[in-house]
Write a protein that binds this ligand. Structure first.
Ligand code: NDP
Length: 280
């Protein structure tokens, strides 16, 4: 039976380090958070950010905008926050309405205040091995893996999902650790090859957002399984991986909820505090 790879104990250690950094700053760091509309997932992430910030001595300023605003209204607010010297970091919650281009929005946020790691400049830093610039979720997965103490060098690693926020930056971080990385995406599934790749993985990370897309029986004996997916199925929150069968085969597996999720918000705060250090 696999050991559970839970996010909370790792998050607590990182929080301790963040508290120390906050104490050493001249002023409490400020995170500006923009929520457009009232998407349930985004609202729940905001509430978790608010609680985490409060527990770390970080000031959290929430800006709520109606979902019918134009892109220019959002851009004007971001520009004001970019120019505001009291604001150290900015996060725009997703999803945004169809009238907004998220890629354009992530370029408007100043790279120095980009708490999420979505600015193209910060994405570029990751290519050059600056891991601190990576997106919160990709960094959260790496922190979980670090907590196992397992050497990733040469590990047959399969990342399922290639989004800008998770799969792509994560693949680069794993590459930096000399893992042998395969990225699977919709094309892999269309070609009927997902199972074939998953079966080979010593380390499997799934970030798709489809309950059960990874059959637990496909997991290689002794594999490490990190499930980033968050899905609702039969009134419950589940990941992408069929957990019951997978935990019988894996050596380590993340629970969903309780695996990557608790760490993502803590990494967001760490990014903010690092930005504040540089700015102050
Ligand atoms: P996206 O929808 O942006 O990306 C999903 C990825 O999965 C895409 O690369 C897509 O491929 C790929 N994909 C879709 N269908 C298939 C398929 N049938 N076979 C293989 N690959 C497929 O989602 P996100 O990256 O934003 O999020 C992924 C999941 O992670 C979601 O469940 C989300 O809720 C969760 N999440 C969890 C976080 C946490 O802190 N725990 C934080 C962020 C996200 P293609 O690019 O080819 O379309």
């Amino acid at each position: 039976m696999a050991k559970l790879l839970e996010g909370k104990p790792v998050a607590e250690k990182i929080k301790e380090a963040i508290r120390l950094s906050v104490q050493n700053l001249k002023q409490a760091p400020v995170l500006a958070s923009i929520l457009v509309g009232n998407n349930l997932g985004a609202a729940s992430y905001v509430s978790s950010q608010e609680k985490t910030a409060a527990s770390l001595g970080i000031a959290y300023r929430l800006y709520k905008l109606n979902d019918n605003i134009t892109e220019n209204v959002l851009i004007d607010l971001i520009n004001k926050l970019n120019a505001d010297k009291t604001v150290n970091g900015i996060i725009v919650q997703t999803p945004l309405g169809p009238q907004m281009d998220y890629r354009k929005i992530s370029e408007v946020i100043s790279a120095q205040k980009d708490a999420e790691g979505m600015h193209p400049l910060n994405m570029g830093h990751v290519i050059f091995g600056n891991n601190r610039a990576a997106t919160c979720t990709a960094s959260a997965v790496m922190e979980l893996l670090n907590s196992t103490g397992i050497d990733l060098c040469g590990k047959e690693t399969v990342v399922v999902g290639s989004s800008e926020i998770v799969g792509k930056p994560l693949a680069l971080l794993l590459l930096e650790r000399l893992a042998t990385v395969t990225i699977c995406h919709i094309g892999t599934s269309k070609a009927g090859k997902l199972k074939e790749h998953v079966r080979k993985a010593d380390l499997l990370i799934s970030a798709v957002g489809q309950a059960g897309i990874i059959n637990g029986e496909w997991i290689k004996k002794g594999a490490i399984v990190v499930d980033v997916g968050i899905n609702r199925a039969n009134g419950k929150i589940v990941g992408d991986v069929g957990f019951q069968a997978a935990e019988k085969r894996a050596s380590y597996i993340t629970p969903v909820p309780g695996g990557v999720g608790p760490l993502t918000v803590v990494i967001l705060m760490r990014n903010l505090v690092e930005a504040a250090k540089l700015q102050q």
